[in-house]
Write a protein that binds this ligand. Structure first.
Ligand code: TMP
Ligand code: ASP
Length: 236
């Protein structure tokens, strides 16, 4: 597949056109940001790990009945995906209190919920991705009710699958963020990535953090955490 002009550059990925108007190439970078871009750094090897982990999980999710944008892995850090228009909602599922849930609601990290929670943030850099509810999302025409219902259903299916898959690798899935896209024919598919950048992973025995919180909070051994997740999930 031929890589044509760059269409977009985000904080962690670049997107390129191809000769097929329905397919683009995503290229994962080693760049890392946190706190709305205020903290910047590099996590060596992250792009390759996030690319391969995302592709592995998306292929498994397809088999489990969740449609995704995945088309074909091209090399270590590049993948062909279906061209979609991203639904401007960050979909966050939480199984255990951490991060903004803990700080917003004044509770400690590590409270295991009886059932998972779901929330949405409005993807809008100027507004700093504010929390938004489903009625507001429909009022702003970010998505229809049918699309939101489907997105919720898929998000909980992803949670069930990821929780089980990670448990088998000795990892507890604390929370994660998903993004969905709409293909040319209007089909909703899982897009973006599923990686230590977008999930919280805790070692099931020790509670050690194996995700981007090591970078956000300057906990050290950031690269080691990404490599450990690749080893456990991908066997490399
Ligand atoms: P939060 O606790 O900071 O709201 O994060 C919840 C989950 O979403 C966590 O797994 C990290 C992920 N996340 C992103 O992928 N991108 C973001 O910009 C933020 C704020 C969180
Ligand atoms: N991706 C977000 C940013 O750069 C933050 C995060 O993942 O914590 O601001």
């Amino acid at each position: 597949m031929k890589k044509l002009e760059q269409l977009y550059e985000g904080k962690a990925k670049k997107v390129f056109a191809t000769e097929d108007p329905n397919v683009v190439i995503v290229s994962y970078k080693d760049d890392a940001t946190a706190f709305d871009g205020a903290k910047k750094g590099t996590i060596t090897g992250k792009g390759a790990i996030n690319n391969q982990m995302t592709n592995y999980l998306m292929q498994q999710l397809e088999k489990a009945g969740v449609p995704t944008h995945f088309v074909e892995e091209l090399n270590e850090r590049e993948t062909a995906v279906k061209k979609v228009s991203i639904v401007p909602l960050e979909v966050i599922i939480r199984n255990i209190s951490a991060g903004h849930f803990a700080s917003n609601y004044g509770v400690k990290e590590g409270i295991v919920f009886d059932e998972p929670t779901i929330e949405f943030s409005y993807k809008n850099d100027d507004l700093h991705d504010p929390l938004i509810n489903d009625y507001h999302a429909v009022a702003l025409k970010l998505a229809t009710w049918d699309e939101i219902d489907l997105i919720k259903k898929y998000a909980f299916q992803v949670n069930d699958f990821l929780k089980k898959t990670l448990a088998e690798c000795g990892v507890t899935l604390v929370d994660f963020k998903l993004e969905f896209g709409k293909t040319a024919d209007g089909t909703i598919v899982l897009a973006d990535e599923i990686s230590p950048d977008t999930c919280r992973f805790w070692d099931s025995k020790t509670g050690e953090k194996l995700d981007k919180d090591r970078f956000r909070r300057d906990l050290g051994n950031v690269e080691g955490a990404y490599q450990e997740m690749a080893r456990r999930l991908l066997g490399k």
